[in-house]
Design a protein around this ligand. Structure first.
Ligand SMILES: [Zn+2]
Length: 405
């Protein structure tokens, strides 16, 4: 059954407070239910009027996995708000490239990886899990574009999706979904990764196949997901990657218009842009009044502004974690293992996350435990904001009533 926004709103509003109450912009983040695909301009989060993606017959909306996708999509967008994706002039940045569409695809997907990584490091409770489950669910639904009618964006898009999945989970989308969904994706992934790259510059850098390029990109971008980096670092890495991708897939200025058209088409076709899938979900056009990237780079107080206290905290946590692991990202080995796994156990991948598993997991996170956590989180936030014990108890009772009755 579809979960409508009027059914979900109460929960989503509470979750919003849990994620944004300590931000200086609080309480100005608003949710509006009028966008087909979730998106944000950094102040307003746009969500669909209803979500009806997973077929289900449950009567109680709190057990409807579509509600979890609603919450997961909200978390994704709030991740962009919290980690300030839209605080710099991305419009000008993207338009400064010869082929802006390629820059935009890369920027969006790397930002999606960054904010998802930071969110799950900062919210290591059910909220991080819900965002992960939502992201994996949409990765399971992603469709690769294999048409060969001369457009040059498809490989960039497919490459971007693979990188996104690899950065977050050390897995390709071929690991997620039902058996049929996995088979389809794995077939394409094996073929795509083996595609030769004939560009001389890249060959000089030991990049001979798409697999080599993906390993390079993974090693370059992995710190975005594990360290407390800002959107500035994403922009830097996107720029570096842009040159490689344009060369690898032979994209030139004349492709610009074709790319643009194809991108629009893809966006309209795929429902997958809901949630964690690379999509145009940060409204780049709305950032034109924001400071230029290069000015922020030069001005240390602006840079500091972007790197808020919570990002510093994250960095410390991430550094500790990283020291424990203390290994350099090794994309080559990870991808090699994935491809070998596909071949040894054809079409099955690791099979750990089947479509059914994802749906079961999603179901689990709308359980009572989750609701109790929610109440606890909200009360904790309000306590930090100076609410008295009496007031907290009163609000707690109201919340329990609202959630359970
Ligand atoms: Zn996003």
């Amino acid at each position: 059954m579809a979960v409508t926004h009027s059914e979900a709103d109460k929960l989503l509003q509470i979750e919003k407070i849990g994620i944004t109450s300590d931000l200086p912009i609080f309480p100005q983040v608003v949710i509006e239910y009028k966008s087909k695909t979730p998106m944000t301009d950094g102040k307003t989060v746009y969500l669909p009027p209803e979500i009806n993606i997973i077929p289900t017959e449950v009567e109680n909306i709190l057990q409807d996995p579509n509600l979890t996708l609603y919450i997961g999509s909200l978390f994704h967008e709030l991740g962009h708000v919290r980690y300030k994706s839209a605080e710099v002039n991305l419009k000008e940045y993207v338009e400064s490239f010869e082929v802006p569409t390629v820059a935009e695809v890369l920027m969006q997907l790397l930002e999606d990886s960054r904010i998802t990584g930071l969110f799950r490091t900062e919210f290591q409770d059910d909220r991080g899990k819900i965002l992960d489950m939502t992201t994996k669910f949409f990765l399971s639904k992603i469709k690769y574009h294999t048409d060969e009618n001369g457009d040059k964006l498809s490989p960039v898009w497919n490459f971007a999706v693979m990188l996104h999945s690899l950065l977050l989970y050390d897995k390709l989308p071929g690991h997620f979904g039902s058996r049929k969904e996995r088979e389809e994706k794995q077939r394409y992934e094996l073929e795509f990764l083996s595609t030769a790259i004939t560009n001389e510059d890249l060959n000089k850098r030991n990049i001979y196949t798409v697999k080599d390029l993906l390993a390079y990109a993974y090693n370059l971008a992995k710190p975005l997901v594990t360290k407390g980096y800002t959107v500035l670092e994403t922009a830097k890495i996107a720029k570096q990657l842009y040159d490689y991708v344009v060369k690898a897939f032979n994209i030139n200025k004349e492709d610009k218009e074709a790319c643009k058209q194809k991108y629009e088409e893809i966006k309209n076709q795929t429902q997958a842009s809901c949630g964690g899938i690379p999509s145009q979900d940060v409204d780049i056009s709305s950032t034109s009044d924001k400071p230029k990237l290069e000015d922020v780079e030069k001005n240390s107080s602006m840079k500091e502004d972007l790197r808020s206290e919570f990002v510093k905290n994250l960095e410390r946590t991430a550094e500790q974690e990283e020291q424990a692991a203390s290994e350099k990202p090794n994309g080559e080995q990870i991808i090699e293992n994935i491809m070998t796994g596909y071949k040894v156990s054809p079409r099955r991948g690791e099979g750990r996350v089947s479509g059914e598993d994802v749906e079961r997991e999603i179901d689990k996170f709308t359980s009572d435990r989750f609701k109790k956590d929610l109440v606890r989180i909200v009360l904790e936030r309000l306590r930090q904001r100076g609410y008295s014990q009496d007031k907290l108890e009163e609000i707690g009772k109201d919340l329990v009533k609202a959630l359970y009755e």
